[in-house]
Design a protein around this ligand. Structure first.
Ligand code: FAD
Length: 458
């Protein structure tokens, strides 16, 4: 029989349950559809398109090593799958389970269409997350989900184990037109960030190996050091599935305190996925509404987006995002708190901008982290405000992170770079660096008052 391995965001040959299951049939068609619904939607952005193109090319090469090829089609996903099913009398289609409302609708529509053709749809869990969303619940049953991370993590730690699946040794393809690998411009024209990381399983595996063999040991002490850049940078690979989270966990182990701290971060990823799976509407709606009447200010939002708020740590972070399509986690926390609390602007604006540029942006991690930062999500201290100056003192004490991304300030040595307003006026003017757009204490009071007011009026 012929089966189809429908790749979505699991673009790898190692540890891929979808590919392994389909490869078990006599003939297997590895398929990727450049889906019109995604290509014509707001999430099709240049940075992610570049990573996708790298990843498709690499996947094709990975499949070729087993005698296969990647078949790439463009159009409506359901139509393209059905066409191949009919042309090759395929008996089953395999795909990874995913959590967003879009992915759920796609899965339902696919099932319905394939049902009519008497073709089985096999949806594989554990392809995208380590633990299937919905499989752990506080009460042990029903449609419940964990709203607090720590008890989730305890349960998650008990169950995250699964053997890593080897890449298929031999793939047999029916005679068909394979290839069709797209160029970036065919997917999304527009300017890309100048310093994007390369995509693809090969690049992902090299990063993974270096990380688990060497750098992860230092993670506990280095992960918050903005200039030290001591995190794995695996997030785009986890988003596109060019690295398997199960294999990553397996190879990370738990020997060092660094490995344990890193494992905890991977659990955060699963945690947000299970929240979104249970509450898909929270991609746009508040998970815990606080009655916010967000301010509107194009001036403030533009200054934040362009990295011109006058707060060097915030501006460095926003410029790192524009430059690399990636931002350090500590920096994401700082700029998200700044936008939603100090400026009191709607978290959806920030999430939208992140989704425009981040290579790793996905609905679960981006939206739920934004909500966490805005205090409308799962943070158990929803009204805490991160003071950017305190954060800078702790996580960029020497000022190197700021000097790297804010060239106007690169001549100011040490931690003084975080407070350019203390320079003599003419020196500050010479730098061309903007003045502060908000008074930190005033912003904090405005936020606290707004939350108090909405509490009493609810
Ligand atoms: P590492 O520190 O090496 O962590 C390893 C992996 O753990 C990451 O690759 C990621 O998959 C996972 N992880 C770590 N922290 C988190 C977290 N807080 N939530 C979920 N998973 C986590 N991450 C995304 O993958 N996509 C997003 O769109 C995204 N948006 C974010 C928005 C905001 C406002 C904030 C505060 C965080 C966001 N994160 C997002 C989480 C986190 O910042 C990134 O995963 C991390 O910076 C990626 O870098 P890394 O791979 O070097 O991380």
């Amino acid at each position: 029989a012929v089966s189809i391995a429908l790749f979505t965001r699991d673009l790898r040959v190692h540890d891929n349950p979808v590919l392994a299951a389909a490869a078990g049939d006599d003939q297997c068609i590895p398929l990727f559809v450049l889906d019109d619904a995604i290509l014509n939607g707001p999430f099709n952005r240049p940075n992610r398109a570049a990573f996708l193109v790298d990843s498709l090319r690499d996947l094709d090469q990975g499949l070729a090593r087993a005698g296969g090829r990647l078949v790439v089609r463009r159009g409506r996903l359901i139509d393209e799958v059905l066409t191949l099913v009919r042309e090759h009398s395929a008996r089953s289609v395999h795909v990874a389970a995913d959590v967003s409302a879009f992915a759920r609708r796609r899965e339902d529509a696919l099932r319905e269409a394939l049902d009519r053709e008497n073709v089985d749809l096999h949806v594989h869990e554990c392809s995208i997350t380590a633990v299937p969303p919905g499989s752990l619940t506080p009460s042990g049953g029903g449609k419940d989900h964990f709203a607090v991370f720590t008890p989730y993590f305890r349960r998650w730690s008990e169950v995250t184990q699964r053997a890593v699946i080897r890449p298929p040794r031999r793939l047999s393809l029916p005679a068909l037109r394979a290839g069709g690998l797209p160029a970036v411009e065919e997917i999304c024209a527009g300017e890309r960030s100048p310093h994007l990381a390369a995509g693809g399983e090969g690049a992902g595996r090299r990063l993974l190996t270096r990380w688990v063999n060497r750098d992860v040991r230092e993670y506990e002490h280095r992960h918050d050091d903005l200039a030290g850049d001591g995190t794995s940078r695996l997030s785009p690979h986890l988003h596109f599935g060019t690295v398997s989270v199960t294999e990553l966990l397996d190879r990370t182990g738990s020997a060092s305190s660094g490995a344990q701290a890193f494992t905890r971060q991977l659990a955060w990823r699963d945690f947000h996925h299970q929240v979104l799976a249970a509450r898909p509407e929270c991609a746009t709606r508040d998970y815990r509404p606080r009655g916010d009447r967000w301010r509107r200010s194009d001036r403030d939002f533009t200054a934040w987006r362009e990295g011109r708020t006058g707060f060097p740590i915030v501006d460095a972070a926003m410029r790192q995002l524009a430059d690399e399509g990636w931002m350090h986690n500590r920096a994401r926390l700082i700029v998200a708190s700044f936008l939603t609390k100090t400026l009191y602007l709607d978290w959806r604006l920030g999430a939208r901008h992140f989704a425009d540029l981040l290579v790793d942006a996905d609905t679960a991690n981006n939206q739920m982290n934004w909500q966490w930062s805005a205090g409308t999500g799962t943070d158990t201290r929803p009204n805490r405000i991160l003071n950017p100056l305190r954060q800078a003192e702790r996580y960029d004490p020497g000022g190197d992170y700021v000097r790297k991304y804010v060239p106007e300030l690169s001549g100011i040595p040490g931690g003084a770079v975080h407070e350019p307003w203390k320079l003599p006026r003419h020196e500050l003017q010479d730098t061309g660096y903007p003045a502060r757009i908000v008074d930190l204490r005033g912003g904090a009071e405005r936020f606290k008052d707004a939350r108090e007011e909405s509490k009493t009026s609810r």
